[in-house]
Structure formats: C-alpha cells, structure tokens
Design a protein around this ligand. Structure first.
Ligand SMILES: Nc1nc2c(c(=O)[nH]1)N[C@H]1C(S)=C(S)[C@@H](COP(=O)(O)OP(=O)(O)OC[C@H]3O[C@@H](n4cnc5c(=O)[nH]c(N)nc54)[C@H](O)[C@@H]3O)O[C@H]1N2
Ligand SMILES: Nc1nc2c(c(=O)[nH]1)N[C@H]1C(S)=C(S)[C@@H](COP(=O)(O)OP(=O)(O)OC[C@H]3O[C@@H](n4cnc5c(=O)[nH]c(N)nc54)[C@H](O)[C@@H]3O)O[C@H]1N2
Ligand code: SF4
Ligand SMILES: [Mo]
Length: 693
C-alpha cells in the first residue's frame, strides 16, 4: 500500500513530568513521520522539551525490545532467546500460581513499578487489580514525592493542591525552591519568564547553581537539607518586622501564636545562618521581598524533600503563604502538584477491595532489603517490574543487584528497551510506547484531562501493560469482568467527582484535551479555608503530634549531616546531590545515542577549593565512594557548588557507565521523616583519584 492517507493524531506526552504536553503526531502510511508540540494547547503552547522533541527516534530505535525473551545465560548478563507470547505468559502464570499455592503464599510475589508512563490506564489500573486479586505484596510507591506530599498535606489538608500555574504570569516574586523548573517543568518556567517580562523577580533556592539558578535573577545557596531552618528564619524576620498578614492569620490558621514564639526565640538570623550557610542580609531581604511583593509564589519541588527531614521541610515552607496572605492572589501561594484537583475515581480503577485485608506492604525504596529477605513476611520469590528501571534508579545499587542476582528469584521485566533491569530478567516482555497504545491523562502541573489514542500499530510483538495483565488474568482464571477493555476503564475513571462533570470520552475523542471544571484562575485557599481537620492552615497540627512528629514546624537535620555527624563526615566529607541531567528523564533516554552525546560523560562537580585540597584537576577521573559503594566520574570545576557539596547528575545506566556502576551505588535506603520517602540527596561521600588497574 502506498497511498495510505496522512493523518495527524493528538497524543499526550506520557513521561513523569508535570507538564503533560499535548503532541501532534503525523502518520504517513502507518509510520509516524513527525511529532511536535500542540500550539493550540494552553499549557503546551506549541513546544516540547529537548527530551521529547526527538521521541520518534526512540519509538523507531533499533534497540527496541520487540519480542518476548527467556534468559539463557547467567543472571545479570542479558543473554536471551526469543520465545512466543504463549510460552512467556504460560511460564509467568504457572510460576505465580505455584508460588501462590506454596507455603509462602502470594505475598512472595512483589510487583515493582513507577511512572515510566503517567497514563491512568497503563500506570495504575489493571496492574493494581491483577496484583490485588492475586494477593501479592502491595508496593508503596515512595521513590519520588511521598515525603513532601505528606508534609504539605498535614499543613494544608491536601497534598496536591496549590496555586494555579496558569496565573503565574501575574506573579511579582517567584521562588523556585529545590526546583530545577527550567528543565523539570519547562512550560511553567516559560510562564515565569512571562511574569519576569512584566517585572517579576525570579529567585532560586538550591545548593547547586542548577540551570534554573543560572537563569534566575537571584540564587540563594543553602547547605543541602537545611531548607526548614531557612523557612523558619524567614518567619522570624516576617514576624519581627511586622510583615505578617494578621487578617489571614486570624481567619485562616491555627497555632500562629505558638509558631511565632518558636521562631522568634529559636530561629534568629544568626542561628539560621550557622545552620544553612545563608547570610543574615540575604535572609532578611528574601523575607521582606517574599512578604511584600505580592503575588509571591513558591514553586516547591522534589529536590529539597529527598533528605531525612524532607517532609518537615515541605511542611514548614507550606506555612509561609498563609503567614503573608499570598493565597489571596491569583498565582500566589505554593505549587507542589496540581493533581489533587482531578476527581478521577482511582479506587474504581485500581480496586484495592480485591486485595486481602492485612496484605503486606513493601516500601519501594527498600528493594535492597526486600530482596535480601530482611523485611517481615515471606521471602520475595517473584518480582514483576514494569514502568520502572530499579537496577539503575533505586538506592543502594550494590545490594539491589545482589538481590536481583538470586537464582531462586523469578523476575519478569516488561520494558521497551534492554535496560539494566532487563539484564536480570528470567522473562522479558516487550512494551508498547505511548504512540502505540491508548491512555487517559491527568497532570501534576496543569488542570487538563487528555486522551492519547494510539497513533500507530504496535511495533513487533509489543503489548501494552493492560493487555498483558488482561492476558495473565485470563490464564489465572480471574473473573473477566474485573479485567475489562480500556474503553470501559476510561469511562470508569471519568465517572468521578465535580471537577470531571461533563468531561466524557466522546468529548475527549473530539477535543483531545479539556480543562477541569474550575474557575478561570483557581484560588483554592483564598478564603482562608483549608481541607484540614481544623478547616485552617495548620501551623500547629494535632495529627502530626498523634503521628509522633513535632506538631509545629521545626528543622530536622539530614541523616548524613556534617554538622550533627562529624565523625561520619570526617570519613566522607561531601554532601552529594544527584539530580537528573536535562537530557534524561530519570534513566529514560540514557541509552539514546543522541541524548547521551549531548549529556556527556558522568561528572562530579566540586568547588575549586575542595578540588585543590584533594589535588584534583578538571577532567580527571575520580572514584566517588562511601560504605555502600562507588562510581567513577570526571571532575568538573564548574563553580556551581560550595565547598563541602558535590553534584553528580544522572541517572546514567550502570552498564553504560565506566566501571558499570552509577551514582545510586552510593545512595542510601534510609527513609525520609514522612511518607516513607526516598533520601537520594542525603548522601555523604568521599572522592579519590581513580587509578586504572
Ligand atoms: N529533564 C528532566 N525533567 C524531569 C525529570 C528528569 O529526570 N529530567 N524528572 C521528573 C521527575 S520524576 C521529577 S520527581 C521532577 C523533579 O523535579 P525537581 O524537583 O525540579 O528536580 P531535581 O532536579 O531532582 O531537584 C531540583 C533541585 O533541587 C536541588 N536540591 C537538592 N537538595 C536540595 C536541598 O536540600 N535544598 C534545596 N533547596 N534544593 C535541593 C537540586 O540541586 C536540584 O537542582 O522532575 C521531572 N522532570
Ligand atoms: N540518584 C537519584 N536517583 C533517583 C532520582 C534522582 O534524582 N537521583 N530520582 C528518583 C525519582 S524522582 C524517580 S520518579 C525515580 C524514577 O525511576 P523510574 O520509574 O525507574 O523511571 P525511569 O528511569 O524513567 O524508567 C522508567 C522505565 O519505564 C519504561 N516504560 C515507559 N513506558 C512504559 C510502558 O508503557 N510500559 C512499560 N512496561 N514500561 C514503560 C521506560 O522504558 C523506562 O525504562 O528515580 C528515582 N531515582
Ligand atoms: S516538557 Fe515534560 S510533558 Fe512536555 S514533552 Fe517534555 S517531558 Fe513531556
Ligand atoms: Mo520523580
């Protein structure tokens, strides 16, 4: 056939990114030939980021997994033979059934997934139903955002609600707090630039001069993990100088008196400077401008919460807008996530009721411990990985790898590419990409519901996550009505609460993207009412007290803090941050030749003073290490960190890294204070020259 029509499909970017872009895919003769940002979409505004601009190279990459595979060599070596879907599904169903019947029971099976795709269907619908029905261990998906979400929720009553991103051009003072917005939320960044064109100031609070800090008007560089102390110092200055919004405090908060006493007595600018390294004059000026230049906005992101006290830090910063009344103004307040505005019926999609009560829950950050049999309950005998690459992204890689090498572990990996994790699989299943399957999307950075119809046929024998779970459910003779088709699932998801009223599949099929039923500028807390137990912003939280936390905002130092753990810091003197490179989306694209070329080799950024005292020079190969492990990288003297801090951007694949280990060889499985969150950036390391051989 040579004359198939040229069509344009409206697709949705599936990546774990707040922007959830609308994309136009041109298909000619069944082949996608062009992909670009949708210029009519109010948030996408016609551009995609550098990661997705060449997504078609990924879809048509010769490295794609196209057929089911069975392991033929030793674990970890990635040697496979092609098998049929029949054989692959038969083997998986057979092994699962056998484990479920054994004395260990179905909880010996562990699903392991994250948001390789954010789609409602392919990320979290039939997968959850399948493992619930099977009685498998429940995975607590904590690797990204749970610490801060919990802290934010204690304070404001909803972990995923805040200022309206579309109102950001009206802001006067914008703080990117632990947020590399220019790279990780580039469409919000462009709205910040619009605000700047109208006179706003853009500030970034980050221990690293990130690309966002570089492009900001003002960069404030605290010591890692000390953000709560900085926020408490801001409160001190605000109350001391009478810049608070007394009316909002009165109407909209509880515990203002107690908090005021605490910050005035305990968090004077000298003490805050000693903890954070931020000078008194900087703190005072930041506090004054944040309070006075309204609307002021704090874009809180995930960087600052990957520390021992990350939940408390977010909780503390989330108190600031109520103190200064910025919730009153369009664009004012904080933005952590917007996903709480969507009234999708998540339980209807995931059916937690199918899971036997009392089923074990495993925190995904503790995969190393789970595979080593160190957690309560039966041993993990089977692991089913999808939407995730734990053999590159999970902390304490040496122990994760040791677990994955276990001969008695049956591992299934459903993937698009031969990742680090695939190398450990017993059975590999080939996954469709976003252009090859259907999905329904919300967002955590805007307020549109979006439909992603398939634009092209699946490549090779690839199947979507839901297609595989339907097939496995059939083999295990689970009731067919619990595993319906994707259209039924989309209708169930859309049959939710008020923000979705009138948003139907039929409308989405025509319009592609529809804004939630919200006022033009959504001002969730302008009236001083919050969905907390008290109905106010809780400076004092009875729930936190009950859960064993300080009920008032406070500073909790990092687990691996040079100030409070000097003996550890004497051995491992650098606080190592490992945020993603702009070219990679976590470990996605880290195998793409073009993205890799742009990203360059693994680097460790150090201050000149530290490099000199270690006798290290630009470009030299070093080994970065601690008790958990080591990885190699080149010294980069970029002037972007202060002494005592190091930055290794990632996430490189282990097998494509020199020495075959990446930064997560050094990161810890210790949990944050709240939500079982990860502590990737709470990581003391030492650095020595790498000597080959
Ligand atoms: N290009 C790109 N975009 C992405 C991603 C990606 O991998 N690549 N990942 C997506 C995902 S899954 C997520 S969760 C988001 C993450 O979005 P962000 O939170 O913006 O991402 P990070 O780069 O992890 O962290 C932001 C900044 O926090 C800083 N930071 C580290 N520790 C501290 C601290 O103690 N205090 C303060 N104030 N700052 C600190 C880091 O130096 C970093 O520059 O981005 C999403 N978007
Ligand atoms: N040191 C350090 N470690 C980190 C972080 C950090 O900043 N520093 N960031 C952490 C954060 S915030 C996160 S969110 C995690 C992310 O970690 P992961 O969730 O592992 O994210 P990715 O590395 O993007 O891997 C997602 C995988 O899903 C696959 N995939 C995509 N779509 C589909 C699909 O439809 N079906 C199937 N079966 N597979 C699909 C992709 O091919 C890709 O390999 O990493 C964490 N790890
Ligand atoms: S900005 Fe985010 S949503 Fe948009 S194309 Fe890039 S990764 Fe996808
Ligand atoms: Mo994330």
């Amino acid at each position: 056939m040579t004359t198939a029509a040229r069509t344009v499909t409206k697709s949705v970017c599936h990546l774990d990114c707040p922007d959830t872009c609308s994309m136009l895919v041109t298909v000619d003769g069944g082949v996608a030939v062009d992909l670009r940002g949708d210029s009519e979409h109010p948030f996408t505004r016609g551009f995609l980021c550098q990661k997705m601009a060449r997504y078609l190279d990924r879809v048509y990459s010769p490295e794609r997994l196209l057929h089911p595979l069975r392991r033929v060599g030793p674990k970890g070596e990635g040697q496979f033979e092609r098998i049929s879907w029949e054989d692959a599904l038969g083997e998986i169903a057979g092994r699962f059934a056998e484990i479920a019947r054994s004395a260990d029971g179905p909880q010996a099976i562990l699903p392991y997934s994250f948001y390789g795709t954010m789609g409602k269907l392919q990320a979290s619908s039939l997968d959850r139903r399948f493992f619930h029905k099977l009685g498998a261990t429940i995975l607590d998906r904590t690797i990204c955002s749970t610490a801060g979400t919990k802290g934010y929720e204690y304070t404001l009553g909803q972990g995923r609600l805040g200022a309206d991103p579309m109102a950001v051009p009206d802001c006067r003072f914008i703080v990117n707090w632990g947020s590399n917005t220019a790279n990780t939320n580039s469409h919000l960044w462009s709205l910040m630039i619009q605000a700047r064109q109208k006179g706003a100031t853009i500030v970034t609070v980050d221990p690293y001069r990130s690309p966002t800090a570089e492009r900001s008007d003002w960069h404030i560089q605290p010591r890692p993990g000390t953000d709560a102390a900085l926020a408490l110092g801001i409160m001190h200055v605000i109350w001391r100088d009478g810049l608070q919004d007394d009316d909002f405090l009165e109407r909209g908060t509880v515990g203002a008196g107690e908090l005021r006493t605490r910050v005035l007595t305990e968090y004077d600018p000298e003490r805050v400077a000693a903890i954070t390294g931020v000078e008194r004059s900087t703190l005072e000026s930041l506090a004054h401008r944040l309070a006075r230049e309204q609307p002021s906005l704090i874009r809180l992101n995930y960087g600052l919460q990957r520390h021992g006290g990350g939940g408390m830090a977010v909780r503390t910063i989330a108190c600031l807008p109520a103190l200064i009344g910025s919730w009153r103004h369009p664009g004012g307040g904080t933005i952590l996530s917007t996903s709480g505005a969507y009234d999708f019926d998540a339980n209807r999609l995931t059916r937690p009721d199918l899971s036997p009560s009392g089923t074990r829950i495993i925190n995904m950050n503790q995969l190393a411990e789970a595979l080593a049999g160190e957690l309560p309950g039966p041993p993990v005998r089977a692991l089913y990985v999808y939407n995730c690459n734990p053999a590159a992204v999970a902390p304490n890689q040496a122990r994760v790898a040791k677990g994955l090498l276990r001969d008695d572990l049956f591992t299934v990996v459903h993937e698009q590419f031969p990742t680090d994790t695939v190398d450990y699989a017993d059975i590999v299943l080939p996954a469709t990409t976003q252009l090859e399957h259907v999905d329904l999307h919300g967002s955590y950075g805007h307020h549109f519901v979006m439909l992603n119809p398939p634009a092209i046929a699946p490549r090779g024998e690839c199947r979507s996550n839901n297609d595989v779970f339907r097939a496995l459910a059939a083999r295990l003779e689970f009731p067919a009505e619990q595993f319906p088709d994707d259209e039924t699932l989309m209708r169930q998801a859309l049959d939710g609460g008020p923000s979705l009223q009138g948003i139907t599949l039929e409308r989405l099929e025509v319009e592609g993207s529809i804004r939630l039923n919200l006022p033009e500028h959504h001002l969730p807390f302008a009236d001083g009412r919050f969905p907390t137990p008290s109905g106010k912003c809780e400076f004092y939280s009875e729930r936190m007290k009950r859960d064993g936390f300080d009920p008032l905002p406070t500073y909790l130092p990092p687990h691996e803090d040079p100030q409070t753990r000097p003996a550890l810091a004497a051995r491992y003197p650098f606080q190592l941050l490992s945020p993603p490179r702009p070219q990679f989306l976590n470990s996605t694209f880290a195998n793409d030749p073009r993205h890799r070329a742009l990203a360059g080799e693994p680097t460790i950024e150090l201050s000149l003073a530290d490099a000199e005292s270690l006798g290290l020079v630009e470009g030299q190969w070093v080994e970065v290490y601690n008790d958990r492990g080591q990885f190699r990288s080149r010294v980069a003297l970029t002037g972007k960190v202060r002494p005592g801090v190091a930055v290794a951007t990632g996430i490189h694949w282990n097998k494509l890294s020199p020495g075959r280990t990446n930064v997560n060889s050094t990161t810890s499985t210790a949990l944050a204070d709240m939500g079982g969150g990860a502590t990737f950036f709470d990581n003391l390391v030492a650095i020595r020259p790498f000597v080959d051989g």
